[in-house]
Design a protein around this ligand. Structure first.
Ligand SMILES: *[C@@H]1O[C@H](CO)[C@@H](O)[C@H](O)[C@H]1NC(C)=O
Ligand SMILES: *[C@@H]1O[C@H](CO)[C@@H](O)[C@H](O)[C@H]1NC(C)=O
Length: 411
């Protein structure tokens, strides 16, 4: 095919001779050695040209198939042609791309509760149930302001319910005062939740602290805590810090101190103190406040078996009707001893609790019904233990509660 076609002419002296004959004549006229080299050169040229055709540019020719319309191809030709030209990629791992904004993705595997919470920027949800709490709120917010855990990692949430005083107005005023500051005091967010349970019980100390009042009272408080928890807990929270508003003093580093213990559920000792005039002198009187944090004892377990309690009974501490014989954390502890000493507990009070958020997420909350003859925070402790979580107390770490003789508290 390199050779000129028969119809063309050499523009030379031998123009009269047909081209093919001229070539043959030329070849036979040269020496053997030259002829040999000529054949090698022509062969190499053909070989190179052929390789170039079937090489990088080959597809261009194959794409067009044989030089005939598809209708004229034999089935074999068509098969060959289509087999060469329809690449099939089996990709079983094509990523699924979700663009619809109604489809949300939350990865709870990334939400951890660790002792390194501060470095890892773990988020804390601080929950306070409020009922006729106007009196306590200014102190509560003074204490919150002084918390040393970074405030931009803390969300506050309040449940206001069955309230007859100015709780809502004072709350709104205090929150505005704090959240509009331009320093590091404002918290990440604040949520106020309103929910009435039509609890008609008196807030009077004597009446609401009687044994008969305890069952209904603890049930309704448990319900309030659960509404607050289920509304305020968000996927980003690692820790839930329950804090009642009638605390009058607590260490500013309490969140870090508690997180460092890396416990599922942890409570401090709750005491109160007041100044009293005795013989013309002011004396500081300390008292043990919270009898809801306790350990079961051999006696208490025996008593409960002996009483054959109906499932509907809710036990409460400190009443002559049922002397349980439990070990109270309030009676243990010393302010001078090691603050980090831990003891296991079977029941806890609700004044100040730090909980790993996954405990709540697993469904451990505050029973508003008798759970193993306990309700609310004591029921919570029993439920957490039943589910295999650890419930602990710090007998030497004291958080000060308002003295209930001074002013009715809601602990
Ligand atoms: C999703 O959005 C991106 C960016 O707008 C777009 O490139 C992609 O094709 C979309 N994917 C689907 C499955 O709609
Ligand atoms: C609570 O009491 C108010 C007023 O008596 C009534 O309007 C409301 O329906 C009650 N709510 C519930 C949940 O019982």
């Amino acid at each position: 095919m390199l050779l000129p076609n028969g119809g063309e002419h050499w523009k030379s002296a031998k123009a009269q001779i047909p081209a093919s004959k001229a070539v043959i004549h030329y070849i036979s006229s040269i020496s053997r050695t030259r002829r040999y080299f000529l054949f090698v050169a022509v062969g190499a040229t053909i070989l190179l040209f052929w390789r170039w055709l079937s090489g990088h540019d080959a597809r261009r020719y194959e794409c067009f198939g044989p030089p005939k319309p598809p209708m004229d191809m034999t089935p074999n030709e068509r098969d060959r042609w289509s087999a060469d030209n329809t690449p099939v990629f089996f990709n079983h791992h094509t990523p699924i791309e979700v663009n619809d904004t109604t489809i949300k993705h939350i990865n709870l595997n990334l939400v951890k509760s660790t002792p390194d919470a501060r470095q890892l920027q773990e988020r804390v949800l601080l929950l306070s149930p409020l009922r006729d709490a106007a009196y306590y709120l200014p102190t509560h917010f003074d204490l919150l302001t002084s918390l040393t855990y970074p405030h931009h990692l803390i969300d506050l949430a309040f449940l206001v319910g069955d309230t007859s005083d100015d709780t809502m107005a004072v709350l709104a005023k205090e929150l505005t005062r704090i959240q509009t500051r331009d320093d590091t005091v404002p918290f990440h967010s604040v949520t106020i939740i309103e929910k009435d349970f039509n609890v008609t019980m008196s807030q009077d100390v004597d009446e609401r602290h009687g044994f008969k009042a305890q069952g209904p009272r603890r049930k309704s408080m448990g319900r309030a805590r659960n509404y607050l928890l289920s509304t305020a807990l968000k996927p980003e929270h690692s820790w839930v810090y329950w804090r009642d508003v009638d605390i009058v003093d607590s260490p500013p580093s309490i969140i870090e101190d508690f997180i460092a213990h890396d416990r599922d559920v942890l409570v401090p000792n709750i005491w109160f103190h007041r100044y009293e005039e005795q013989d013309g002198k002011m004396v500081d009187i300390e008292g043990r406040f919270d009898y809801n944090s306790w350990q079961e004892t051999a006696t208490s377990l025996k008593n409960q078996r002996k009483w054959k309690l109906s499932r509907d009974i809710i036990l409460a501490e400190g009443y002559k009707e049922y002397k349980t014989g439990r070990n109270y954390m309030a009676k243990m502890g010393s302010r001078k001893a090691d603050k980090d000493e831990e003891i296991p507990l079977d029941g806890i009070g609700g004044v100040n609790i730090l909980v790993k958020a996954d405990v709540h997420r697993s469904g451990i909350n505050f029973p508003c019904y008798p759970f193993e003859n306990q309700a609310e925070t004591e029921g919570f402790a029993k439920m957490a233990k039943r589910a295999g979580y650890g419930v602990w107390g710090l007998p030497n770490y004291v958080v000060w509660h308002i003295d209930t003789e001074e002013k009715p508290g809601n602990g």
